[in-house]
Design a protein around this ligand. Structure first.
Ligand SMILES: [Zn+2]
Length: 676
């Protein structure tokens, strides 16, 4: 499926209850089997708190990382499978949501049809690209390819105007490199060079699988690498991409025409369905200028090879098993260290989830999301909001005028829990029995057109950026909203039967994490209305930066693999959010239980259980290949470091487990982070 640009801060990178009875004593929530008591919490807290979980949940071949998130997502996926298969097993009225869900699932499952078709579903499109005669032909075709999910060279999307957040604005964004991260094309360490060599071999194999000769496949691969390397060189690096001001260049389309004259912009935008557009933000200016040069300087044959590659690469998951297997060989095995493909039904559920996410979500919440969960969550959110306010007012490093603005922003949070109030309308999406690939193409066009149709219109704040069944959460800076889908409101994040020590340690920290995103190094640049407007005094801004630098340096110093360090600036926002989440939720927990302290359970004090519940959220196993890939691609620290890097900054954790200066995990007070 087309990757949709979401300028939001999620809880984690993702690839997707029960009733409380009155008078039932609340359980501690902590499972003792998750612990590894052979290791001291003073030496390696992550291993101590999660070692049992890791031993009991070994990595299976289909996973490169498997943690608490994935385990819960597996459960959600099984529930979705039940709902989907019921629809897929019986006939439905043409045009109904049931028909759409059933047909696309059945097509995804039909390996006989997929294998009989081979690469036929993309053959006509490959020939059409092959017949292009000029740059102007290329520019006529690229908007169409972009709508159907390819995004060669760059992409155009519509999102809130960062300087006028209530209105949508057309924006460009860098795109077009299949390896996703520019470092894969530019770095020359052994690991990256090895990945690059294997990528080249993969491109050759894929061209051959769709009917090209050995010689042509080789030639095409060289062209693809040359063009993608030029795009990678011109693209912003991931740290610069986190700077909202550096990625905002609003101009008239007439000025864009002067900046990148190689593209006829009015025509290009109009082919995307964007008529009479006056203003556009060029998110990465220099990158788009280079795209113009690439379009006019690279030989036509090479650009044809590049466009054909984008088509092959993006469609591989929806074609025959042979093509899928080669695709998995590179992206699954080489890049991530997976050993085997996921079963077909999981991929099929994933596709239905991607294409008709809210339709499936509506069924999911009706069956699996209890109303009481929402009430308890609202109470938790309220309590955390109050405590963050108290903490802001008590900050020694921030002046009064900035505090007033910060409190205003905190009070203006728009809170979403469970599922949206109004559901997406899928009536314009046409799903038929012709071929799996054709349906994916139509679904991508449906999605792109829907998103682009918002150009020039007011932002709809009620819209959700994640489906309700998703095990994740997010903060959206342009709407100042925090969102917690139903999918994450389950054990081990949330448990109606567990006491406050557990729920504040798990979902409470998640809530605090999302709230803190509004005040992390990126989020703090947006005001209460979601505009990129500085509400800080110069001195307070400097104080914040000095404190954030302590965090960045600390995570820079962590060795995530032999000779490989974390990237403190890239992961700064997420690490600040984890830190804030822990501080706020712990204080809210103490406040909520002040009049009625919780007892010791299973030999653990309530404070200890708070931190164990937090650590268990991040329990997981990971392959060495995936550690290297995520360090390049994921703005979140690895699970181990979200525990062993985050907790040594928290005073209450030292007290709870009696950690002293003699212990390996001890960090002297003057070296600890202190922000929110
Ligand atoms: Zn986050």
């Amino acid at each position: 499926m087309k990757r949709i640009l979401l300028p939001i801060f999620a809880l984690m990178l993702m690839t997707t209850a029960s009733d409380a009875k009155k008078n039932t004593p609340l359980s501690p929530g902590i499972k003792l089997a998750n612990l590894d008591t052979s290791v001291s919490p003073h030496v390696d807290f992550y291993q101590y708190a999660c070692g049992g979980w890791m031993k009991n949940n070994p990595l299976t071949g289909e996973y490169s990382r498997f943690g608490s998130f994935d385990k819960l997502a597996e459960n959600n996926r099984k529930q979705l499978k039940g709902l989907i298969e019921e629809l897929a097993s019986k006939p439905a009225t043409q045009g109904s949501v049931a028909q759409k869900i059933g047909d696309i699932y059945n097509l995804a499952m039909d390996s006989i049809k997929l294998n009989a078709e081979g690469f036929k579903p993309i053959q006509a499109e490959l020939s059409r690209i092959g017949a292009l005669k000029s740059v102007s032909d290329i520019l006529k075709l690229t908007p169409e390819l972009s709508l159907s999910g390819l995004d060669p060279y760059f992409t155009v999307y519509v999102g809130a105007d960062p300087m006028n957040s209530s209105m949508n604005l057309v924006q460009t964004y860098q795109s077009g490199i299949s390896l996703g991260q520019r470092e894969y094309y530019l770095d020359n360490d052994e690991h990256t060079k090895d990945i690059r060599d294997k990528y080249k071999a993969h491109v050759v194999k894929m061209f051959k699988l769709v009917g090209f000769t050995d010689a042509d496949a080789q030639k095409n691969m060289e062209a693809v690498l040359k063009i993608e390397t030029r795009l990678a060189t011109a693209s912003y690096d991931k740290v610069k991409l986190r700077n909202p001001h550096a990625n905002y260049n609003k101009m008239t389309v007439a000025d864009l025409q002067k900046l990148v004259p190689e593209i006829e912009w009015n025509q290009y935008l109009s082919s995307l369905g964007l008529k009479d557009i006056k203003d556009i933000s060029v998110s990465q200016k220099e990158s788009l200028v280079e795209v113009g040069k690439i379009l006019t300087s690279e030989p036509l044959a090479d650009q044809i090879a590049y466009l054909q590659w984008k088509l092959i690469d993006e469609s591989a998951s929806y074609l025959s098993d042979k093509i899928y297997a080669q695709n998995f060989e590179f992206y699954g095995k080489t890049l991530s260290g997976k050993k085997e493909q996921s079963p077909r039904w999981k991929r099929a559920v994933g596709t239905v989830d991607g294409v008709l996410g809210e339709a499936v979500g509506q069924m999911y919440v009706n069956k699996y999301f209890p109303a009481e969960s929402k009430e308890r969550m609202l109470k938790l959110v309220h309590n955390l909001q109050e405590v963050l306010g108290e903490r802001i007012n008590g900050l020694s490093w921030m002046g009064d005028s900035t505090k007033v603005k910060a409190i205003e922003k905190l009070k203006a949070f728009y809170v979403k829990i469970g599922y949206p109030d109004k559901w997406r309308d899928y009536s314009a999406l046409n799903i038929t029995k012709d071929s799996y690939y054709n349906n994916i193409q139509r679904a991508n066009k449906f999605e792109s057109s829907y998103r682009l149709s918002k150009a020039g219109k007011p932002v709809d704040k009620t819209e959700w950026q994640m489906t309700p069944q998703t095990v994740n959460a997010y903060y959206n800076p342009s709407t100042n909203e925090i969102c917690f889908p139903a999918g994450i409101l389950q054990y081990p994040f949330f448990d109606m039967k567990a006491d406050d020590a557990f729920n504040y340690g798990a979902i409470g920290v998640v809530i605090g994490h999302e709230m803190t995103h509004g005040f992390d190094d990126q989020g703090r640049q947006y005001d209460k209305d979601g505009n990129l407007k500085d509400w800080w005094t110069a001195e307070d801004g400097k104080n914040f930066e000095a404190r954030a630098a302590v965090m960045a340096n600390f995570f820079d110093s962590i060795q995530v693999a032999p000779g490989v360090h974390g990237n403190g600036k890239f992961t700064l926002g997420e690490n600040i959010a984890d830190h804030g989440g822990l501080q706020i939720s712990f204080q809210a927990f103490k406040k909520a239980t002040a009049g009625n302290p919780l007892p010791v359970k299973d030999g653990f004090t309530p404070e200890q259980r708070f931190f164990l519940a937090y650590a268990n959220v991040w329990a997981g196993n990971i392959r060495p290949e995936e550690i290297l890939r995520l360090t390049k691609a994921d703005p979140h620290s690895l699970g181990k470091w979200r525990v062993d890097g985050a907790l040594p900054q928290i005073g209450a954790w030292y007290e709870a487990f009696n950690i002293t200066e003699k212990d390996p995990m001890f960090l002297p007070l003057e070296k600890r982070v202190s922000i929110w």
